[in-house]
Design a protein around this ligand. Structure first.
Ligand code: C2E
Ligand code: MG
Ligand code: MG
Ligand code: MG
Length: 283
């Protein structure tokens, strides 16, 4: 019986792996058409300034509406787009969408409105001057560099090549701020924060989730905030879902919050309507 069970397990295992590989191959294939067939959309999630309950920033988050599989999570397709190199083209497209939105919201909502765009390490490594074309695009739209912020991950800083350093400096020269995303899940080396002149640190939702009932998460968040502030860095808490988490974050001096408590990522028009009505503000 044991042997039979073992065989079944083995069989099940390979089938699951095969399914995963097939699904990956299929998605990878379908991703090639997705841009041309306009299956992507950029959603926006407000970033709330906790002290004033006001919104002057939002994060651009891509969505893929697959023609037969429905909406597919970026957590699933971004890694595939990175492996195939398609992330470069997709990332340029997200950037241009975000820039157009920044023009509109700077006119309509707030002249200082800032949209943050996630930029994968693959985009930095593949860069043959594309960041220069981003700057050119902003100039063509009459937009200041400060209208966009770039969200990067810790792995990029660990890599620390001259090429990457050069690009980060070029963004800085344009007034484009840099946020370190998912802080606490990677290397979290304090040395990088100093060396790379980061503007924002985004505390990963893993540390925010249990803030109310895990005193060590509370201690970690507090320590991160104190340290960041001493280095002149503002802190954004990700994944804020409850009023209790929000109150605790305010208490320990967190600058900004982002999460379902305030608003989910939304299509541009829905986000605009919410912001025009002064939502999401007070939680
Ligand atoms: P991220 O940059 O850390 O984005 C935050 C993620 O947390 C988003 O997931 C957002 O929808 C989700 N989130 C926001 N508030 C809450 C909350 O209160 N609770 C919970 N549980 N989740 C919340 P999303 O949109 O699925 O994106 C996942 C990841 O995919 C992003 O993580 C980012 O790494 C990547 N991604 C998304 N759009 C792009 C893009 O345009 N370019 C690149 N390179 N990566 C992207
Ligand atoms: Mg992000
Ligand atoms: Mg994050
Ligand atoms: Mg994340």
């Amino acid at each position: 019986a044991a042997k039979r069970q073992g065989r079944n397990c083995y069989h099940y295992y390979t089938t699951a792996m095969q399914d995963a590989a097939n699904s990956r191959a299929r998605l990878s294939n379908d991703l090639h058409q997705a841009l041309a067939e306009k299956q992507f959309e950029v959603y926006y999630q407000p970033i709330v300034e906790l002290a004033t309950n006001s919104v002057h920033k939002a994060e651009a988050l891509i969505r893929w509406q697959h023609p037969t599989l429905g909406q597919i999570s970026p957590a699933k397709f971004i890694p595939i787009a990175e492996d195939t190199g398609l992330i470069v083209e997709i990332g340029d497209w997200v950037f241009r969408q975000a820039a157009a939105q920044a023009v509109r919201w700077r006119n309509l909502l707030d002249p200082e409105f800032q949209i943050s765009v996630n930029k994968s390490p693959v985009q930095f490594r593949a860069d043959h001057g594309s960041h220069l074309s981003w700057f050119g695009h902003l100039r063509d739209l009459g937009l200041a560099g400060s209208s966009i912020a770039i969200e990067i991950t810790e792995g990029l800083l660990v890599e620390a090549s001259d090429k990457i350093r050069g690009q980060l400096l070029a963004f800085r020269d344009q007034g484009t701020q840099v946020a370190l995303d998912d802080f606490g899940t990677g290397y979290s080396s304090l040395a990088y924060l100093k060396k790379f002149d980061i503007d924002y640190l985004k505390i990963d939702q893993a540390f925010v989730r249990n803030l109310a009932n895990d005193s060590s998460d509370m201690a970690l968040c507090e320590a991160i905030i104190v340290m960041a502030h001493k280095l002149g860095i503002k802190v954004i808490a990700e994944g804020v879902e409850t009023a209790e988490q929000c109150a605790l974050l305010k208490q320990i001096g967190c600058d900004y919050g982002q999460g379902y408590l305030f608003a989910r990522p939304m299509p541009a028009d829905a986000c605009e309507a919410a912001l025009l009505q002064g939502r999401p503000g007070p939680a």
